[in-house]
Write a protein that binds this ligand. Structure first.
Ligand SMILES: O=C(O)C1=C[C@@H](OP(=O)(O)O)[C@@H](O)[C@H](O)C1
Ligand SMILES: C=C(OP(=O)(O)O)C(=O)O
Length: 469
């Protein structure tokens, strides 16, 4: 593939497809195990969703905070840089995680002041940064500019912009309802009142989380209602439950007893010292490796209770014929001799869909994935990308209005494009375990949430254990 900045030229077909500028990236030969089952035990780095929630809360807390075993990746680095730009002091402290130091956070000094200069936040391609940081910037006098990667400008942002305007905040977005934009906080010494607000969060649960994380800092708190003209529900609800849970842990009162409504009481965010659970969504490709190869993968230190969407692996993987077992904190997946097709509603755990689709691509009967229309607004249009890449390998995938149909087909090796999407890259790796000659474009994009992916994958294939196992 070549790129001239305006077109991507597909070498196999020679046809040019108009698309956003794309850089040429190296190809990574996915390890192929053929008929050899993968046998491995490993832990993965900390949860992106938990790390970036805790970081935002620490920046607003009433004293210094500590994060133990946090994620260190592009998305967490972008969050740290954003919070530093807004006035927080964040330092690395030696800890006990094999995946990097702990973090010490001195919150943004109170009362908030604008300082002299204009602030600028790079969101990269991180949904958590582009959605969670603007409401925080809205509390601080002065202007904060937000922008990100080329594709970040295409990710849905309108509901956050509208919610902030509903709170009386000025947002300059040139009318686009998307990045780039500038948030103007209150006048020096001023506050944000808060109150009752409606948001259409059918496109992303992150629109709800963004407002809930800061709601306690509004003088009257916040009552947020999800109101979708189309009647669509909030996707990825476990991520909203995670937000409510972390808020409760730091002494913020949230009433979520009314469906699709959250009331956050005004009050301080209590300083905290917490350990971040490992990222159960990022454990997914390794667990999928057990499923597609008929092997066994164990993830130690699996939380007994968690709000992470990755907890759904325990229900999803058995549908493919795998057996799962959680004992003494060890989550073990044993793959079946034949991977059977599934019909799954993934609306609660859309983040897992690319990995699930990779398993579907090698299943022996038809698979249907539903409830994931909002994946079109993720790092890339994941429904289009998964369809294109599975079919490029000779597969039979089809987009539906809200998901995918993937039928059995004899796959062959070839290029698997990642679209700068970490979960596309890892989906290609899963397929490549059992299809010889899969070359994943830009495996380095896994650094968004799992920079160690290539090493961990190589260790898994060779059977060496990694991490806190
Ligand atoms: O709040 C979060 O940390 C996330 C919420 C979900 O977003 P969507 O609701 O847009 O799917 C999830 O897919 C994303 O990876 C992380
Ligand atoms: C959708 C995802 O990320 P983001 O936080 O950028 O929305 C994801 O990690 O699957």
């Amino acid at each position: 593939m070549r790129s001239n900045g305006e077109f991507v030229v597909h070498e196999e077909s020679g046809k040019a497809t108009a698309t956003e500028p794309t850089t040429v990236h190296p190809l990574w030969s996915a390890p192929f195990v053929g008929a050899d089952p993968v046998e491995s035990s490993l832990t993965v780095p900390g949860s992106k969703s938990l790390t970036n929630r805790w970081l935002v809360l620490a920046a607003l807390a009433d004293g210094p905070c500590r994060l133990r075993s946090p994620l260190h990746s592009r998305d967490s680095a972008l969050m740290i840089a954003a919070l530093r730009e807004l006035g927080a002091t964040i330092t690395e402290i030696p800890g006990d995680s094999p995946y990097g130091p702990d973090l010490g956070i001195e919150p943004i000094p109170r009362p908030f002041t604008g300082g002299d200069g204009q602030r600028s936040v790079d969101c990269g391609l991180a949904g958590t940064v582009m959605r969670f940081v603007p409401p925080l910037a809205a509390l601080i006098p002065g202007a904060t500019q937000f922008d990100g990667d080329p594709h970040a400008r295409k990710r849905p942002m309108g509901p956050v912009v509208q919610a902030l305007r509903g709170l009386g905040i000025t947002v300059d977005d040139g009318g686009a309802g998307a990045l780039p934009f500038t948030i103007h906080g209150p006048a020096e010494g001023g506050t944000v009142t808060g109150g009752v607000l409606s948001v259409d969060a059918a496109g992303s649960s992150q629109f709800v989380t963004a407002m809930l994380l800061v709601g306690s800092q509004f003088t009257e708190g916040l009552t947020l209602r999800h109101d979708s003209p189309a009647g669509a529900a909030v996707p990825s609800m476990p991520h909203v439950e995670m937000t409510v849970d972390v808020l409760h842990q730091v002494g913020v009162r949230v009433d979520d007893s009314v469906p699709a409504q959250w009331t956050v009481a005004p009050g301080p965010i209590r300083a905290f010292d917490v350990r971040v659970e490992q990222d159960l969504s990022n454990a997914g490709p390794f667990l999928a490796a057990a499923v597609v190869t008929g092997g066994t993968v164990t993830v130690p230190h699996w939380p007994e209770e968690t709000t992470q969407g990755g907890a759904h692996w325990a229900q999803i993987l058995p549908r493919f014929g795998a057996t799962v077992d959680l004992q003494d904190g060890q989550f073990t997946v044993r793959g079946p001799s034949v991977v059977t097709g599934v019909d799954l509603d993934l609306s609660e755990a859309g983040e897992l869909a690319p990995t699930v689709a990779a398993i579907c691509a090698v299943a022996t009967s038809e698979c249907r994935l539903r409830g994931i229309a909002h994946l079109r607004g993720h790092e890339t249009d994941r429904l289009a990308a998964l369809t294109a890449e599975i079919n490029r390998l000779g597969g039979d995938a089809e987009e539906t209005a809200d998901g995918l149909i993937i039928r059995p087909a004899a796959l062959r090796g070839g290029e698997f494009r990642s679209y700068d999407d970490h979960r596309m890259a890892t989906a290609g790796a899963v397929i490549g375990l059992v299809v010889d000659g899969v070359r994943v474009e830009n495996i380095a994009t896994t650094a968004k949430t799992l920079p160690q992916f290539p090493e961990l994958w190589a260790d898994m294939v060779t059977g060496s254990a990694r991490g806190r196992g």
